[in-house]
Design a protein around this ligand. Structure first.
Ligand code: NAD
Length: 547
């Protein structure tokens, strides 16, 4: 249906209450006549630029980031085009509000700040009817679903149904960073209960009032959802988001070859961290094959990153068993060593022969790593002693505190730079301000999978990929690393600035799509110009004309 025909269906108050078509005070005089809006709006017609100014003024006046989040989400509910215009034109300012760190606080308070049910809820009560209820979703052309069961939201633990906030935030980035049309995005919360006592005791909690269901009932609901999603939206890309450790790895293994699905915490994080290491090596002059990485945290993100590193060494002809020896892990039980009992399958390849070591500092001293990567969700674990030890061992230690949100980061940017006398190459999962040390200013890069998933999703959607492979993430990691400029590196930044994220994601999308065509992972014919195809697909936050 063209805009004109659609406008016949949406007139008067109805169009003003439709966030996809609403232009607020930007409807022209002719549109106001045509759409029967006379009297329903103040007389002055504003441009989108003027509306943006008003929004920015309001956002900046709010006393807290959570208030800013609420204001922006309510704008998204009223006028999506303006919301995305504001976010995209001011991405460095807006991303920390609609995404980490503020989205973490929003999820923690979701039941109290709840206003509008953006997103789709599938609960245990829907068992047997998931396909049917998915038809209730208002947009018939979902191309990407971010689904969570809320068990491990950022580094904040089990937030149950309140994890919906993270699915919404991720999809807002799909639109803002890589131009996936807002109506192609579907946030889904799979409500299987929660073990979070304070939520269960809160009368305002929106989710099921039961403890987390596991085993067969859980698996059946997940399976029903994944099948239903593919029937209702054939070929939809499904991003698993913030599932607990025990489910994330096995769900990825179970479904990755059946449908177009990936796990952002495992694969997206792996690609972004790998890319950061590649960037860091451009500063140190080191080689990938010379690195010894010590991870704090052997969960989805840690193992995913090690797997990505091993894949990158594989490209250089290094066999996986050899490559894995470059990766060491410290988790809640200390150093991951071969004679530990009951090691989960995904960790086993990284359990090396070594004496047991209980803590990170001792592990740093014993192993002498070139890089430490924090993916534990435990703040303050990169202590002064740990950072000083890394600086004593390396001229330019790579120190990435990748846990989110900011409150969970293993160390701050200031700590990393000051305890290493400004020699650390630092990146963090959530943003930190530039740090001044003497007469030098360091600009920490944001090692967040937001640099990866939007581009991978874009490439997969535009090329019509049937499946999402690890190779696509490896390509995305190279693509991202190649877009870091020397001028970024000179300031200590191993990722491109967020202000370039749309261009960066478009290039990642192109490179991923290229791989999809090369490997025959699609039924679509390769277009003459993949970049043009990508550009043409990408959503722009521009009002349509209705008259
Ligand atoms: P997870 O629950 O799968 O794994 C957490 C791991 O940390 C486990 O191995 C656990 O044993 C270990 N751990 C917990 N406390 C520890 C301690 N005190 N000392 C040592 N190890 C400890 O979670 P995950 O998905 O791997 O995520 C971990 C963190 O990484 C979260 O904070 C998350 O926000 C962050 N993360 C960041 C990005 C990014 O793009 N920067 C992406 C994904 C995850």
């Amino acid at each position: 249906m063209n805009d004109h025909a659609q406008s016949a269906m949406y007139r008067g108050v109805k169009i003003l209450h439709d966030p996809v078509r609403n232009k607020g005070t930007a409807y022209t005089e002719a549109e106001r006549d045509h759409l029967k809006l006379r009297g329903l709006l103040p007389p002055r017609v504003h441009t989108a630029a003027e509306q943006e100014l008003r929004v920015l003024g309001n956002v900046r006046e709010k006393p807290t980031d959570l208030e800013r989040y609420l204001y922006l989400v309510s704008l998204q509910d009223r006028n999506e085009t303006l919301f995305y215009r504001v976010v995209m034109n001011n991405i460095e300012e807006m991303m920390p509000i609609i995404y980490t760190p503020t989205v973490g606080q929003a999820c923690q308070e979701f039941q109290h700040i709840f206003r509008n049910p953006r997103g789709f809820y599938v609960s245990l009560q829907d068992r047997g009817h998931v396909r049917e209820i998915m038809q209730n979703w208002p947009h018939k052309d979902a191309k990407i679903i971010v689904v969570t069961d809320g068990e491990r939201v950022l580094g904040l633990g089990d937030l149950g149904a309140d994890g919906m906030g993270i699915a919404i935030g991720k999809l807002a980035l799909y639109t803002a960073c890589s131009g996936i049309h807002p109506t192609h995005c579907m946030p889904v919360m799979l409500d299987v209960g929660t073990n979070n006592e304070s939520l269960l005791n809160d009368p305002l909690y929106n989710g099921l009032e039961c403890r987390r269901v596991r085993g067969e009932r859980y698996d059946e609901l997940v399976d029903e959802f994944i099948c239903a999603a593919n029937e209702v939206f054939p070929g939809v890309v499904i991003q698993l988001e913030d599932f607990g450790n025990a489910n994330a790895f096995r769900l990825l293994e179970q479904y990755r070859d059946q449908v177009c699905l990936f796990d952002d915490d495992i694969q997206g994080t792996g690609a972004v961290a790998l890319s950061g290491i590649m960037g860091a090596l451009r500063i140190t002059g080191g080689k990938l094959s010379e690195q010894k990485i010590l991870f704090l945290g052997a969960g989805e993100a840690g193992i995913g990153t090690a797997d990505a590193f091993v894949a990158a060494l594989g490209e250089q002809g290094i066999a996986p068993e050899q490559a894995r020896k470059h990766c060491w892990f410290v988790d809640t039980k200390g150093l991951l060593v071969a004679d530990r009992k009951n090691i989960p399958a995904q960790k086993q390849p990284y359990a090396h022969d070594h004496a047991q070591i209980d803590d990170l500092l001792d592990a740093v001293m014993a192993l002498r790593p070139t890089a430490i990567l924090g993916l534990s969700g435990q703040p303050g674990t990169f202590t002064r002693e740990v950072i000083e030890a890394m600086a004593a061992i390396n001229d330019q230690p790579i120190i990435f505190a990748l846990s989110n949100p900011t409150s969970q980061a293993e160390c701050t940017a200031t700590q990393a730079y000051s305890y290493s006398d400004g020699r650390a190459i630092f990146a963090s999962g959530s943003p930190f301000d530039p740090v001044k040390l003497g007469n030098q200013t360091f600009v920490p890069g944001q090692g967040n999978n937001a640099y990866i998933f939007p581009g991978v999703g874009l490439g997969a959607i535009v090329s019509g990929a049937r499946t999402i492979t690890d190779d696509m993430f490896l390509v995305a990691a190279h693509s991202l690393a190649n877009q870091v400029k020397d001028t970024d590196l000179e300031r200590g930044r191993v990722y491109p600035p967020l202000s370039r994220i749309r261009k960066v994601s478009a290039v990642i999308g192109r490179d991923v799509a290229n791989l999809v065509y090369d490997k025959g992972l699609t039924d679509k014919e390769r277009p003459e110009d993949i970049s043009a195809d990508i550009r043409e697909y990408m959503y722009q936050p521009v009002y349509p004309h209705y008259a």
